[in-house]
Design a protein around this ligand. Structure first.
Ligand code: NAG
Ligand code: NAG
Ligand code: NAG
Ligand code: NAG
Ligand code: NAG
Ligand code: NAG
Ligand code: NAG
Ligand code: NAG
Ligand code: NAG
Ligand code: NAG
Ligand code: NAG
Ligand code: NAG
Length: 755
């Protein structure tokens, strides 16, 4: 019976249902009161004016809850699912509050939104820790990129069985990575770059077999790249730039056949050959920068990646052998960076013909007829065999400069009595530009995550109020590596002042102020600043500061200032791809000051390194044999240590008996004469005032100091003479009046940071 009557009431019910759902759409799809309450508390705490006073009908009314979008990075979007309880009840399922500049801590009340699947608070100004309340709800996506979140990742996160995306890049998190995170078996994206995690990557992470993205740039981790990454067979992208993790790259990498982006840089640990990537046939970005790779570039790269590879960056390794011809098969190759390796052979014709965005500088390619480095128009191929890319950029003409002033990224300006040269070239990804054989710069790298960033120079958007402020209005940027060269400089010691002002971040409480730019600076190959952060050093954005390096030796006519991004700091603030060195101006002046200024450390260095020599000298000298023999073997002249021995007669003959015409200088401890030895060698003789105690000490110091240093181009000490009351030092003669400077200046290669 009941069966019989079923159809009719059923139909009636469905009609009723359809009617109801129509009505409900207009009126009665309601959010539970406690969700409304939580949302209003959240809005108040975050001062989120884009959420009006919310009510139970806010989902169905759509009253501004979803109303705001400037770009994908700046938007407010709340999604409800109103299909609960026969379409009468709504729950908030997705919250995206991106680039809204909300301040304060992440409200615990998010933990009361029991149906929330996505919480995306990208690019705000939120601080404090990740509240554990978030771990009580069924979040699938938790994304907090570009805030100021600190503390550790709460261990409770490991219990969020629903979690598929944990995105915490560009925050201030730290501490160890909890092994329990390995329980997040559904995890697809684990993005942890630009924090400061420590310890090792836990072995339990080998269980995260669904990972597609693993990003861990810029941390302080340790240990080797784990073998278990081979378990991540769904991986599409791995970023490990400046993570602290050490090489070598494990052979299990060859199992990651679905990898499209492999970016590893600045690996500590031992050298290793190129990893076997034969089976990684989907790679579009292959970045293995500064990974201590040795041996040849494997030719199969050109075969297996012929249709996919877009970027190949193998710079700053120790790769040898020729550029494999097969690389010309890479149809999509847009960027090729082989900078600073030991590659040799001819540069292939196809590279020469298609030199766009290719940097081959600092290798050992054989000489060719190329002379491209002086072109400043297009992105330029650079080869070490040209004068301009020989290791030391030898001066093609006569060394003539004793100072250098560059207004990086800006116009020519006169500041005080110094004329700063303009530096306006906007050439980007790989470039070497030389100006009048006086100075040059080379820039390597491009903004991998943001093809649209074209800015290799930048203007200051702030109104600055600093001395020499005009210098800080502009800057030159590079995503990876920027080198400035002073060319044809007269050998000697210089004072280098580097000017910086952060002009890409802000000082306000918006996401743009969350940026941390970190880069390293080396002068003449010696690292003088590590993880330098301009904003931190200056106390904010838009504030000009300078760093002084008071005693830089230019011994072969070229001064090299290298700024390098080693993977640290933020990379997505204010937008993706913002990282790498920035410099506002360069001031190089000669440093001839007499005496003083040597640091204790330097003096200890001199004393230690020369103590043996000095002791030996004293012994020899006391025996009175030091200066008796004449120079027989001309090779002795160029020997490193004090092997030249001169008689007084020889020196008198060479200097015309210390004639006034030959006198070329007068210093604290005596006079300096020019002389000509019988074999044609031009010498300079320093005659110490008297055989006083002080003179003796000076004499020994000088011998010790110069002997301890090996800077042939600065000044060579050929020998000495101690006859009668005479204390004479015989030096190589340097042209261009730099002798006096060399003899009376400090003689240590000492790069000292001022304050
Ligand atoms: C809002 O979020 C939902 C869920 O993530 C998404 O489907 C929708 O496209 C977003 N709308 C806008 C305008 O971004
Ligand atoms: C809304 O929730 C219901 C019930 O949980 C679910 O079946 C449906 O797929 C959800 N709709 C959306 C768009 O997520
Ligand atoms: C967040 O969690 C803590 C501890 O579980 C609890 O005491 C607190 O009441 C929660 N906060 C909210 C707003 O629910
Ligand atoms: C891993 O991903 C696959 C495909 O997306 C899915 O079917 C599977 O359920 C996931 N595994 C876990 C443990 O979530
Ligand atoms: C990162 O953490 C380590 C260890 O706690 C600390 O020594 C280092 O200064 C931190 N680095 C930064 C940039 O905060
Ligand atoms: C990798 O996967 C294998 C097989 O599934 C498993 O036995 C091993 O424990 C995993 N390795 C790690 C380090 O988790
Ligand atoms: C690459 O794949 C082939 C075929 O699947 C396999 O035989 C070979 O061992 C793999 N090579 C490496 C290095 O994993
Ligand atoms: C290369 O990486 C090592 C290890 O992280 C680092 O010490 C070195 O400074 C890097 N090289 C350059 C050119 O910065
Ligand atoms: C610039 O700084 C000086 C000294 O710090 C101060 O006296 C002056 O008022 C400032 N000018 C502006 C425009 O802020
Ligand atoms: C947040 O601040 C940035 C500047 O840091 C600005 O560009 C952006 O428009 C602000 N967002 C909103 C929603 O006002
Ligand atoms: C200085 O540069 C020249 C020219 O490249 C080179 O021959 C010479 O060896 C260099 N001297 C030193 C000591 O580096
Ligand atoms: C120049 O100085 C560097 C660094 O001190 C040194 O390695 C190099 O051998 C020196 N070259 C000459 C010509 O003295």
């Amino acid at each position: 019976m009941t069966r019989h009557r079923l159809p009719f009431p059923a139909t009636a019910a469905s009609v009723l249902l359809v009617f109801c759902s129509f009505v409900c759409h207009c009126n009665s799809q309601l959010l539970p009161a406690d969700e409304v309450d939580a949302l209003n508390t959240i809005a108040t705490k975050l001062k989120n004016t884009h959420w009006p006073k919310l009510t139970r009908t806010s989902c169905s009314d759509n009253d501004g809850f979803n109303g705001f979008k400037v770009t994908d990075y700046i938007k407010s979007n709340v999604t409800c699912n109103c299909s609960y309880q026969s379409h009468s009840v709504c729950h908030v399922t997705n919250i995206q509050l991106r680039g809204m500049n909300m301040t304060g801590v992440i409200p615990q009340e998010f933990g009361r939104l029991a149906y929330l699947e996505e919480l995306d608070l990208n690019r705000n100004y939120l601080n404090g820790m990740i509240p554990t309340n978030l771990t009580q709800i069924p979040l699938v996506i938790l994304s907090l990129t570009g805030n100021r979140i600190s503390g550790t990742i709460p261990k409770e996160i490991a219990n969020m069985a629903t979690l598929e995306e944990l995105i915490l890049e560009d925050n201030m998190l730290g501490g160890h990575l909890d092994p329990n995170l390995g329980k997040l078996s559904r995890l697809r994206r684990l993005l942890l770059s630009a924090n400061n995690f420590t310890g090792e990557v836990p072995a339990s992470f080998g269980n995260l077999k669904n990972l597609t993205y693993f990003l861990i740039d810029g941390s302080s981790l340790r240990g080797k790249i784990p073998e278990f990454i081979g378990n991540w067979t769904r991986l599409s992208r791995i970023d490990m730039q400046g993570s602290g993790i050490e090489g070598p790259i494990p052979s299990s990498i060859s199992l990651l056949k679905t990898l499209t982006q492999l970016r590893i840089s600045d690996l500590g640990g031992p050298s290793s050959p190129f990893p076997d990537l034969k089976n990684l046939t989907k790679l579009t970005y292959l970045v293995l920068r500064n990974c201590s790779l040795t041996g040849p570039i494997p030719p199969y790269i050109g075969d297996v990646l012929a249709d996919t590879l877009y970027t190949l960056d193998l710079s700053f390794n120790k790769l040898t052998g020729p550029i494999p011809d097969s690389l010309q098969k890479l149809k999509k190759l847009n960027f090729l960076f082989l900078t600073d390796n030991m590659l040799s052979g001819e540069v292939p014709r196809w590279v020469l013909q298609n030199r766009h965005n290719m940097d081959l500088s600092y290798n050992d390619f054989t000489a060719s007829s190329l002379s491209t480095c002086q072109q400043s128009n297009v992105v330029t191929l650079v080869i070490r065999t040209d004068w301009c890319v020989k290791k030391d950029l030898p001066c093609p003409g006569k060394p003539q400069y004793r100072s250098l002033f560059i207004n990086c990224g800006g116009q020519k300006h006169t500041v005080g009595d110094k004329e700063y040269l303009d530096d306006l070239s906007t050439e980007g990804p790989s470039n070497f530009v030389a100006f009048n054989e006086q100075w040059a710069y080379s820039s390597t790298g491009y903004y991998l995550d943001n093809d649209k960033v074209r800015g290799y120079t930048v203007n200051n958007p702030f109104a600055l109020n600093v001395t020499d402020s005009v210098l800080y209005q502009t800057a030159r940027l590079s995503p990876i590596s920027l080198k400035y060269y002073g060319l044809c400089m007269i050998p000697g010691r210089y004072k280098v002042r580097l000017h910086f002002a952060e002009i890409q971040f802000t000082n306000d409480e918006t996401f743009s102020s969350n940026g941390r730019r970190c880069f390293d600076v080396s002068i003449q190959g010696e690292e003088v600043l590590t993880n330098f952060n301009i904003m931190e050093a200056a106390g904010g954005a838009g504030i000009g500061i300078y760093k002084d390096f008071d005693d830089v030796l230019v011994n072969n006519t070229t001064l090299e200032i290298h700024l390098y991004w080693s993977g640290k700091g933020t990379t997505a603030i204010p937008s993706r791809g913002v990282h790498g060195p920035l410099i506002s101006a360069i001031t190089v002046t000669p440093n001839f000051k007499v005496g003083g200024g040597l640091s204790t450390g330097a003096i200890v260095g001199i004393v230690l390194s020369s103590v043996l020599i000095v002791l030996t000298l004293i012994a020899v000298w006391l025996k009175g044999v030091l200066c008796r023999r004449e120079i027989k073997d001309p090779e002795l002249l160029s020997a490193d240590l004090l092997t030249g021995r001169f008689t007084l007669r020889q020196i008198k003959a060479a200097t015309g008996n210390f004639s006034v015409e030959n006198k070329i200088g007068e210093g604290g401890f005596g006079s300096v004469y020019k002389g000509l030895l019988s074999d044609g060698t031009v010498i300079a003789v320093k005659q110490l005032s008297s055989r006083s105690k002080q003179g003796n000490r000076e004499f020994l110091n000088e011998i010790g100091m110069i002997s301890a240093l090996h800077h042939p181009n600065l000044v060579k000490l050929y020998g000495c003479c101690t006859e009668g009351k005479q204390l004479l030092l015989v030096y190589e003669y340097l042209e261009n009046n730099c002798l006096a400077r060399a003899l009376y200046g400090k003689r240590l290669h000492q790069v000292k940071e001022a304050h």
